[in-house]
Design a protein around this ligand. Structure first.
Ligand SMILES: *Cc1c(COP(=O)(O)O)cnc(C)c1O
Length: 434
C-alpha cells in the first residue's frame, strides 16, 4: 500500500495504528446485532446445519470402525468441556484482573483422529465429498451402513480420485488422515510455518506433502492451481468453503447438549462468552454460527488472533474483508501460533459473521506462551500456542466493564495440541517459563 493511502486509512480507522505497532488490541464490534437480524446475512440456515448433523450420523459407523479411538463415542467426533478453576485463579494472580463467572475449556485440542478443531470441518468436508461420489457411482445408498466404505471395492473406487488442500498444518493433518483412510490419493500443500512432526505424521499415512517457503496464502494458491489441472482432483478451499463451515457449526447443538447434561444454564441472566482462536476464519466462524443458532442472543462470541496476524480484525473493522492483508500494513504474519498464521481473512466468513460477533482481539506470542505454561502447571493440560489465544478473552471482557459477568460462563475454545509430540511440548513449556 502506498504511504499516502496508508495514512488515509489510519485517519479513517484509528485502531490500525495499534495493529501496526503490534500492540495487543481489543475491538468491540459496533455492528453486532441480534440473531434475527444477523442470520439472513450468513447465507446458510438451520436446515443446512441439521443436514450436516445428519451426514455425520450416517458416517458414524464408518468412523467407529475406521478409527477405533472414536468407538467409545459411537463414531461421533466430539470433545469434552471441563472447568478450569485453578487457571482462573492463576490468571487473576498473574494479571491482577479478577474475572467474575465460571471459566471452562472446550478441549477440541483432544478431538480424536487429528487433535485439533480441524477434526470438525476438515473431516466433514472429505466425508461429504466421499458420500457424493459414492452415491453417484451407485456404491452407497443413504440408508446403508457406511462402514461398507472400508470394503476393497469402495477403497479401489476412491483411489481413482484425489484430494488437495493448502494448510498451516492442522487442516492438512485432518484432511490427509481421513482422505487416506477412505483410499483417496491426497496431497497437502504446507506453508513454511507448518511443524515438521505434522509433515512426518502425514507422510506416515501415505499422504503426499508439498512444502513451500512462503506463508499460508501461497500454499493455498499453489494447491488450488495444482488441483485445477486434474478433473478428478477435489480442492478443499479453506478460504471459501461453506461445507467446512457447516462441519464446524455442528459444535453448537453438541455443546448445548453437553451443557444440559452438566446442568449449566444459558439464558438472559446467565450469558455465555466464547473465545475462539481465528486463522482464516472458517473454524471459529462456523463454530460461532452454530453457537448462535443453539443459544441465540445469550451467547457472545469473540475471535482471538496473534498481534502479527490480525487478518480478521482488520477485515471486519475496515469492512475490506479479503481485500486487505496484514502485509499491506507492513505486518509480517510471523507467529509461533502456526494455526493462526494467516495474513488475509476468508472473504466469506467475515462478511457472513460480522453482525454476529461481539468483537475481536489480538495477543502477543509471549502472552500465549505464558498462558500455555500456567495452564500446564495449574490444570495439567498441554496445548499448542495457537490454542491459548482464547484464554486472554475473559480478561479483556472483564477489564472492559461492558458486561455484567456475575452469572456468566466463559468458554475458552482450546483448538489444538493434543497430538504434539513430547519433545515438541517440552520445547513449548521451556519457552513458557523462559
Ligand atoms: C486452524 C486453527 C485455528 C483457526 O481456524 P481457522 O479456520 O483457520 O480460522 C485455530 N487453532 C488451531 C490450533 C488451528 O489449527
Amino acid at each position: 500500500m502506498k504511504n499516502s493511502t496508508l495514512a488515509q486509512r489510519i485517519a479513517q480507522f484509528p485502531l490500525l495504528e495499534k495493529l501496526i505497532a503490534l500492540e495487543e488490541t481489543t475491538w468491540f464490534n459496533p455492528r453486532a446485532t441480534t440473531l434475527a437480524e444477523g442470520l439472513p446475512f450468513v447465507g446458510l440456515t438451520r436446515d443446512d446445519v441439521a443436514a450436516a448433523h445428519a451426514r455425520l450420523r450416517r458416517f458414524a459407523p464408518f468412523l467407529a470402525k475406521a478409527f477405533p479411538e472414536t468407538a467409545a463415542s459411537h463414531g461421533i467426533i466430539e470433545s469434552e468441556v471441563v472447568a478450569i478453576p485453578a487457571m482462573q485463579q492463576r490468571l487473576a494472580k498473574e494479571t491482577g484482573i479478577a474475572v467474575d463467572g465460571t471459566l471452562l475449556l472446550k478441549k477440541d485440542s483432544h478431538l480424536p483422529i487429528s487433535g485439533s478443531i480441524k477434526a470438525r470441518g476438515g473431516i466433514y468436508e472429505v466425508l461429504a465429498h466421499a458420500e457424493k461420489l459414492a452415491l453417484a457411482a451407485g456404491l452407497l445408498t443413504l440408508t446403508d451402513d457406511y462402514s461398507r466404505l472400508l470394503e476393497p471395492e469402495c477403497q479401489r473406487f476412491f483411489s481413482q480420485h484425489s484430494i488437495a488442500v493448502g494448510s498451516t498444518g492442522n487442516l492438512g493433518l485432518s484432511i490427509g488422515i481421513i482422505s487416506a483412510r477412505l483410499g483417496f490419493k491426497v496431497t497437502v500443500h504446507m506453508s513454511a510455518d507448518a511443524r515438521e512432526w505434522k509433515k512426518a505424521r502425514l507422510r506416515s499415512h501415505g499422504v503426499k506433502v508439498v512444502e513451500y517457503e512462503q506463508d499460508y496464502g501461497v500454499a493455498v494458491e499453489q494447491g488450488r492451481r495444482a488441483a485445477a489441472d486434474d478433473p478428478n482432483c477435489f480442492f478443499i478451499d479453506d478460504e471459501n468453503s461453506r461445507t467446512l463451515f457447516l462441519g464446524y457449526a455442528v459444535a453448537g447443538e453438541r455443546l448445548k447438549a453437553q451443557f444440559a447434561a452438566q446442568g449449566r444454564i444459558v439464558d438472559a441472566a446467565h450469558p455465555l462468552f466464547v473465545y475462539l482462536p481465528c486463522g482464516v476464519g472458517g473454524g471459529p466462524g462456523g463454530v460461532a454460527f452454530g453457537l448462535k443458532l443453539a443459544f441465540g442472543d445469550h451467547v457472545h462470541c469473540f475471535f482471538a488472533e496473534p498481534t502479527h496476524s490480525p487478518c480478521m480484525l482488520l477485515g471486519i473493522y475496515t469492512g475490506l474483508h479479503d481485500n486487505i492483508a496484514v502485509q499491506d500494513l507492513g505486518i509480517d504474519n510471523v507467529t509461533a501460533a502456526d494455526g493462526l498464521a494467516v495474513g488475509r481473512a476468508s472473504g466469506f466468513v467475515g462478511r457472513a459473521m460480522e453482525r454476529l460477533l461481539d468483537g475481536c482481539y489480538t495477543l502477543s506470542d509471549e502472552s500465549m506462551y505464558a498462558m500455555l505454561g500456567w495452564l500446564a502447571q495449574e490444570e495439567a493440560i498441554c496445548l499448542e500456542p495457537s490454542a491459548l489465544a482464547g484464554m486472554a478473552g475473559p480478561l479483556r471482557i472483564a477489564a472492559s466493564g461492558r458486561y455484567d459477568l456475575r452469572n456468566a460462563t466463559h468458554l475458552v475454545w482450546a483448538t489444538g495440541g493434543g497430538m504434539v509430540p513430547d519433545d515438541e511440548m517440552a520445547h513449548y513449556l521451556a519457552k513458557a517459563v523462559g
